[in-house]
Design a protein around this ligand. Structure first.
Ligand SMILES: NC(=O)c1ccc[n+]([C@@H]2O[C@H](COP(=O)([O-])OP(=O)(O)OC[C@H]3O[C@@H](n4cnc5c(N)ncnc54)[C@H](OP(=O)(O)O)[C@@H]3O)[C@@H](O)[C@H]2O)c1
Length: 284
């Protein structure tokens, strides 16, 4: 049985059905099964990695997909150690390309430490290091729905955004087929696109022009605090990460194509899949 952490998240919600389709038995973790819409073929368990009894959650698991939110290396180390004690044979951890590039922002440092804990825990391991997700562009939902506009920090670099389904497909391979123990895979999309190009692709999929506005970092930070209600500290942390990852975001890795035997999913595909979400509520 494969135990999936983050089963309701951006990668996890694609990973669970992909594993089930591959014939695996899946236990899916969520803090709130009533709210979670998890594939009914999975065994859904309630648990909180901060408070639940890890040995009980891991009991009977053979392999574990390790994803945590909040970037706590200690939390992932605790999962890895409990997994080893529970007889888990393989851990597949979701990390970030930032570790490959030696970034020192807090998010990347936590992933680097967690990777180390996973490697040292005992079970076989595979590390997946994706770059920025196409799903991050859901941050544009509010202004597109409300004003038919996209505001981006003028420092945002071209980015080889990766589709979360490609990450889930690679995770499925690593969890269900042999030959991935001890491997570290950097995962990106197939081409680096500027934010202006991304907005043009999204506009084409939506069938209407979008206003594209570049704004200075201070205005972009204020917008995030105002629009999303994020704490200023979280926004500063995000910009620290963006600043460090900017020179690397355009690097394209061929890993997805090498492993899956097909080109990575494109931003145009992602845009077409999500047109309904970006529906226009703007009234002149
Ligand atoms: N976005 C990017 O561009 C990018 C790029 C590279 C790497 N990453 C990495 O991807 C990882 C996750 O991404 P995300 O932040 O977007 O989150 P996400 O995977 O979309 O969602 C978070 C998941 O974690 C679960 N979760 C949160 N707190 C939990 C807890 N205390 N106990 C158990 N489960 C808990 C949630 O489940 P419930 O709410 O159902 O409990 C949910 O399934 C992070 O490690 C991030 O660094 C992201």
């Amino acid at each position: 049985m494969i135990f999936v952490l983050g089963a309701t998240g951006k990668v996890g919600r694609h990973l669970v059905p992909a594993l089930l389709d591959a014939g695996a038995a899946v236990r899916a973790l969520t803090r709130d099964p009533a709210k979670a819409r998890i594939d009914p073929r999975a065994d859904v368990v309630r648990g909180d990695l901060g408070t639940s009894d890890l040995p009980a959650l891991l009991d009977g698991a053979d392999r574990v997909f390790v994803l945590t939110q909040g970037h706590s290396a200690d939390r992932e180390a605790a999962v890895a150690q409990s997994a080893a004690q529970a007889g888990v044979t393989h851990l597949v951890k979701l990390s970030t390309t930032g570790v490959h590039f030696g970034q020192t922002d807090p998010v990347t440092r936590a992933h680097a430490e967690a990777e180390q804990a996973i490697r040292e825990a005992g079970p076989a391991w595979t590390i997946l290091r994706p770059g920025a997700f196409m799903d991050n562009r859901f941050a544009w939902l509010g202004p597109i729905r409300g004003e038919n506009a996209v505001y981006v920090p003028d420092t945002d670099p071209p980015s080889a955004l990766v589709h979360v389904r490609d990450i889930a497909a690679v995770a499925t391979l690593a969890l269900t087929t042999s030959g991935h123990a001890g491997a570290t895979y950097e995962l990106t999309g197939g081409e680096a696109l500027t934010t202006a190009q991304q907005v043009a692709i999204l506009a084409e999929a939506l069938g209407r022009p979008l206003k594209y506005v570049e704004e200075p970092e201070s205005a972009a930070k204020d917008r995030m605090i105002r629009m999303y209600g994020w704490p200023a500290k979280a926004v500063d942390g995000l910009f620290a990460l963006k600043c460090e990852s900017a020179p690397h975001e355009s690097v394209v890795f061929d890993t997805v194509e090498r492993l899956l035997g097909r080109p990575p999913l494109t931003f145009a595909t992602w845009a077409r899949e999500n047109t309904a979400a970006f529906a226009y509520h703007y009234q002149e």
